[in-house]
Design a protein. Structure first.
Length: 211
């Protein structure tokens, strides 16, 4: 009965529709036939050829669903420093990051509290669920952004900047943190000599504080 319900609600065959096994391998092993072993969390090291076979054939399924999530490691140390997210919604940790970075709604002429965590490039158009493609918006601005004639795109630069174009053709730039928010601790003051901060220099990594 449960399988029949799943099939009628989702349109897919009942039962298990997919299993996520988190198979970890290098791009060289996956795409270039390298012999470096892969790792299967909860099991251990597996041969490269077997890992490729699982990834490319779906372990024998006729219609495998393969998601490739990139993991980024620091050169030299090999420490994991980043990961793609395939989720439609921003995970809790990333939501907190956007809240801290943006402070208030990112629309340049709005300083309302953040209520929605928005994809700058829409998720259904291939936009990633990431800090770079994310911005904090109030509910009204997020709904307005989705109406015809509005576009938004990330602008390359040293600080996270979003260019929002309205139906009238006007483009507004918003740089994080919002113009009404104070700069993060350790940010050099523009009026200080040689661009150095007038306050005690802090480490480049600033930790968030939970009340």
């Amino acid at each position: 009965m449960a399988d029949a319900l799943v099939e009628r609600v989702t349109g897919t065959s009942g039962g298990v529709s997919g299993v996520e096994i988190q198979l970890v391998m290098t791009d060289r092993t996956f795409l270039q036939g390298d012999a470096e072993p892969a790792r299967l969390p909860g099991y251990g090291t597996i041969p490269a050829a077997w890992a490729r076979n699982v990834a490319l054939t779906g372990a024998g399924h006729t219609e495998p669903s393969l998601w490739v999530r990139r993991l980024y490691t620091a050169p030299g140390s090999g420490d994991l420093v980043g990961m793609d997210s395939r989720a439609r919604l921003f995970p809790a940790g990333l939501k907190r990051f956007l809240q801290i970075r943006d402070d208030t709604c990112r629309t340049p002429y709005c300083d309302a509290p953040i209520r929605h965590h928005d994809h700058i490039a829409a998720w259904h158009d291939g936009g990633s669920t990431s800090a770079g493609n994310g911005q904090g918006l109030c509910e009204a601005c997020n709904h307005t952004k989705e109406t015809p004639g509005w576009t938004a795109q990330q602008v390359p630069g040293p600080r996270h900047t979003v260019a929002t174009t309205t139906p009238t053709g006007h483009t507004y730039h918003s740089t994080a943190p919002h113009s009404t928010a104070p700069p993060p601790p350790g940010t050099p003051h523009p009026c200080s000599p040689a661009g150095r901060s007038t306050i005690t220099q802090l480490p480049r990594r600033v930790a968030g504080v939970r009340a």
